[in-house]
Design a protein around this ligand. Structure first.
Ligand SMILES: [Ca+2]
Ligand SMILES: [Ca+2]
Ligand SMILES: [Ca+2]
Ligand SMILES: [Ca+2]
Length: 410
């Protein structure tokens, strides 16, 4: 059109070139400046084009970091500019007005500061959805946020046990949705979630591993106060699950097969305390495991303690259906079944061959009537193949295997 339009076009190109040159050496930046300057001279006083003028003349880059003073919050320090990468506990280097609290690294290695996106409060937690495969790094402290993970995501911190995701009691802490993702959370506690199921964590049809963290103070109006895992491979290593509650099954953890017929799913727990979890009206105060017909589950517990959990049936643990359970080195202490089965309920009411097999080695049940004992009993095996319910009151150091036809000791 007219000359001012073409100037505007050139100006735009000059600005673009400048922006793209931002991270390069000073030679490139100089080139961009030259173009901007020439443009500014032709422009005169024209409205709206003062910006181009400024780039060359009145918007200098004193520290030579490629960012002019208009966008550089410290134009005397080349380490400070809008694209600077920060570290936890450091200063605001990227000019967004806050110190780093959360950082996202995508699978190509591109780092983005997501501190603002995750900066919620206890009364208004942030909502954050994974944008792609990648790693979310959280600095020490409490992050009030509710996360939706729909990709392969790892959540880490440099301060394990001292870093927490808190849902503020108004939603679930972490939702791991179907999609075959692999999710790992390391060192970041999950607390104060509230949902119909899985207050702290819900996983469905994927693979989730947790290590070096607590799942605590979460609630569910349905199943799985702390964690609800359905058709999910769930692995816990060095974890505590405490003070979670559900109305129905699994005060601490609910692990079941329900919607996907294909694979056999596995719950692996190595070194964990499961304590002070409650389900008011269901089975498995600490953990509830339920396999539905044709959808077997495998459970492997090693070095696990069930302490002071409470459920209506199976205060510490309940297993139901075609579940192959191995328990090695465990404590069942102080658990309460308010109706029956204080420590462990093995429910064998499915068709023959679709009932639990529970192999236990070195399991402590608390001396009868002692302060660590379970109430009102330690273990019940109930099922169609059992003539009468087997009620076991046991001490410490027990090796025992229970199937649908009875429990035996070697
Ligand atoms: Ca600068
Ligand atoms: Ca600077
Ligand atoms: Ca910052
Ligand atoms: Ca006992």
């Amino acid at each position: 059109m007219n000359s001012s339009f073409s100037k505007l076009l050139i100006l735009g190109l000059a600005t673009f070139a400048f922006a793209c040159d931002g991270g390069k050496d000073s030679g490139d930046v100089g080139e961009g400046e030259g173009e901007g300057e020439g443009e500014g001279e032709g422009e005169g006083e024209g409205e709206g084009e003062g910006e181009g003028e400024g780039e060359g003349e009145t918007d200098p880059d004193a520290d030579g970091d490629g960012y002019p003073v208009s966008v550089d919050c410290d134009d005397t320090n080349p380490a400070i500019h809008p694209d600077a990468v920060e570290s936890c506990g450091g200063a605001d280097l990227n000019c967004d007005g806050q110190v780093l609290s959360a950082q996202w690294t995508d699978s190509a290695g591109v780092v983005t500061d997501v501190s603002a996106a995750l900066a919620g409060t206890a009364s208004a937690p942030a909502s954050w959805t994974s944008p792609a495969d990648g790693e979310l790094f959280l600095c020490e402290g409490t992050h009030y946020a509710q996360l939706e993970l729909r990709h392969d995501v790892t959540i880490t911190t440099d301060a394990p046990w001292s870093t927490t995701l808190d849902a503020g009691g108004t939603g679930r802490v972490v939702s791991a949705y179907t999609g075959g993702q692999t999710i790992r959370i390391s060192g970041v506690n999950l607390q104060n979630g509230a949902a119909s199921y899985g207050g702290g964590l819900m996983c469905d049809g994927n693979s989730v591993s947790l290590d070096n963290l607590s799942v605590r103070h979460n609630t569910a109006t349905g199943t799985g106060g702390g964690i609800d895992a359905s058709d999910c491979d769930l692995s816990l290593d060095t974890v505590e699950v405490f003070d979670n509650s559900a109305f129905d099954e699994g005060g601490g953890i609910r692990f079941d097969s329900s919607s996907i017929a294909s694979a056999t799913h596995t719950l692996t727990i190595d070194t964990a305390d499961i304590r002070e979890n409650v389900c008011d009206d269901g089975t498995g105060g600490g953990i509830d495991v339920a396999a539905y017909p044709g959808k077997p589950l495998v459970v492997d517990f090693d070095n696990i303690g069930f302490y002071d959990n409470e459920g209506r049936y199976g205060g510490g643990l309940q297993v139901y259906g075609d579940v192959d359970v191995t328990i090695d080195s465990a404590d069942f202490y102080g658990n309460n079944g308010t109706s029956y089965a204080g420590g462990l309920l093995i429910d064998a009411y499915q068709s023959s061959g679709e009932n639990p097999v529970v192999a236990m080695t070195s399991v402590n049940w608390g001396a009868d009537g002692g302060s660590y004992d379970n109430t009102p009993d330690d273990l019940i095996l109930a099922g169609t193949g059992v003539a009468a319910w087997e009620v076991h009151n046991l001490g410490d150091g027990v090796d025992m295997t229970c199937t649908e036809s009875g429990c035996t000791t070697p």
